[in-house]
Ligand binder design. Structure first.
Ligand SMILES: Cc1cc2nc3c(=O)[nH]c(=O)nc-3n(C[C@H](O)[C@H](O)[C@H](O)COP(=O)(O)OP(=O)(O)OC[C@H]3O[C@@H](n4cnc5c(N)ncnc54)[C@H](O)[C@@H]3O)c2cc1C
Length: 475
């Protein structure tokens, strides 16, 4: 190698500026690389512009509505409503146009913040659709910077995924919608049919129900949230029904057709459901077609996902991949970690392979469902050796004061050693409550370590310590 080659900054090209891509760019810039990001839609990616940030902002308004609806129990009265003991829901309404205006403004501002940060760190930003030009090149094929080409030493593919649709239920952006098209609605749908009861379907069904829409949730499975903790799914389905949502289980949607202001969803067994709008939330497909992966020697699974190892390497030397396009764990936090790991690895910094053991995730329904570590299904099947304690929140003093009736904490520890291996929390703000359990799983704390730490009295987290106490094994 010449001395010139020694001193040249390593060049990194990143395709896709979502959490997988922009977090990688920050690490690469920090490590002294010459970094270029090619982004099609806007920095922050789908996470910021159409998925995480907009959905959680909409849900913040839905949460406020849920809190208001539950506040009569705490003694609040709403003079505008129909009677002295008026239900709050009779007197409070939502202006969806304003809500969506706020949602979009917030997402744009967040995207701008990310752009500013990347520019400040000296990252070159190219706007447009890009593709790999072999394993050591990126080219922009359309958009503002069409025609641009960069030679690089390392490529990171972080192109994300897009909503899957059904052949006979094509979104029109007005009445039949993907989750990316919801924010152009300027008034509350009268009757929203949500097709798909996974995390996305459940979150939007819950949100629109709380905002005051009549919601029908069409689920092909026995219960909502297939694959999630069964007790948590049961609580949520019960809450949904109590709040007036129609939950149709074992009902596979086959088609959605619009006639004027009406959408008709046809189920596989021939039944039909009518509504004013329909949200199709039946999963996502990776954006990996036509971006030069095969030509660069990158293996892609039949599902379209890029195959990666635990340091984000693909089958092609120097090409890494991160985020939803890898199908490892469709979470912004995991995408970001995969992207950082790719850069630490390729630029020669210290790196730990991706550990999914302590990934915490949350379903932003009301109540929220947060999980970490091993699942009860894995323990029940014998895949993991564990003890389980489940405590309903209805016995927690703070929950009673707050008028919380639904939810529980569940803690899993390794049989014998008592090491905390996972847990589930179903509660308002479970996303915030899960962190001590994540720390316990990550640091392999024992149930006694958790039990001996002070919790505030009264607090919901008191139930976590109580669950840990109940798992104590006499020494
Ligand atoms: C409704 C919804 C809510 C969600 N809520 C949460 C949540 O609360 N918490 C959480 O952790 N996760 C959540 N997720 C998942 C999260 O959005 C994804 O895991 C995350 O966006 C993945 O990041 P990424 O970088 O892989 O891809 P993305 O965020 O999708 O970014 C990829 C970017 O690449 C760009 N791109 C694609 N192809 C090209 C190309 N050829 N050239 C140039 N640019 C290209 C795209 O335009 C996009 O901007 C949610 C998902 C959905 C659908």
């Amino acid at each position: 190698m010449t001395s010139n080659a020694h001193s040249r900054r390593p060049r990194v090209g990143i395709l896709g500026g979502g959490p997988g891509g922009y977090e990688a760019a920050l690490v690469a810039a920090q490590l002294g690389a010459d970094v270029t990001v090619v982004e099609d839609e806007g920095l922050g990616g789908s996470a910021v512009l159409t998925d995480v940030v907009p959905s959680k902002t909409l849900i913040a308004t839905a949460e406020a509505m849920t809190a208001v609806a539950g506040s009569t129990e705490l003694g609040l009265r709403f003079p505008g409503g129909p009677g002295p003991d008026t239900e709050a829901s009779g007197s409070v309404g939502v202006d969806l146009g304003r809500v969506n205006h706020r949602v979009k403004a917030l997402a744009r501002a967040q995207s701008d913040d990310i752009r500013t940060r990347l520019e400040k760190e000296g990252v070159r930003l190219l706007s447009g659709r890009g593709r790999l030009d072999g394993p050591q090149g990126l080219q922009v094929v359309s958009g503002e910077d069409a025609g641009a080409h960069v030679d690089v030493d390392t490529v990171l593919v972080s192109v994300g995924s897009s909503p899957r649709t059904l052949p006979a239920a094509q979104p029109d952006g007005e009445r039949i919608l993907t989750w990316k098209q919801l924010y152009d609605l300027d008034s509350l749908p009268e009757r929203m049919i949500v097709v798909g009861s996974g995390v996305t379907g459940a979150e939007f069904a819950g949100a629109y129900n709380a905002l005051g829409a009549d919601v029908v949730l069409v689920s092909s499975r026995d219960r909502v949230l297939p694959g999630e903790d069964a007790d948590a799914a049961e609580v949520l389905e019960d809450v949904f029904r109590r709040r007036g949502m129609t939950v149709m289980s074992r009902s596979r949607a086959q088609a959605a057709e619009r006639h004027g202001d009406t959408v008709t969803v046809t189920l596989a067994d021939g039944r039909t459901v009518e509504g004013s709008h329909c949200l199709i939330a039946v999963g996502a497909i990776p954006n990996t077609a036509d971006i030069g992966l095969a030509e660069a020697g990158v293996d892609v699974a039949d599902s379209g996902h890029v195959s990666v190892d635990r340091v984000s390497r693909t089958s092609a030397r120097g090409v890494y991949a991160a985020g939803d396009c890898t199908g490892v764990f469709p979470l912004a936090s995991v995408a970001a970690m995969q992207g950082r790991i790719a850069m630490w690895h390729s630029l020669g910094d210290a790196v730990n392979p991706l550990a999914l053991r302590s990934v915490s995730s949350n379903i932003f329904t009301s109540p929220e469902i947060a999980t970490v570590g091993w699942t009860q299904a894995q323990i029940d099947s014998g895949e993991a050796q564990g003890q389980i304690v489940k405590l309903p929140l209805s016995t927690n003093a703070r929950a009673k004061m707050l008028g919380i009736h639904d939810g529980f904490v569940k803690l899993f520890c390794r049989t014998g050693s008592g090491t905390v291996i996972g847990g589930v929390i179903v509660a308002p703000r479970a996303s915030e409550l899960i962190f001590p359990l994540t720390l316990a799983v990550e640091k392999r704390l024992n149930v006694d370590d958790v039990a001996h730490a002070f919790t505030v009295y009264p607090s919901l987290s008191g139930s976590l310590a109580e669950a840990a106490r109940q798992l104590h094994v006499m020494g």
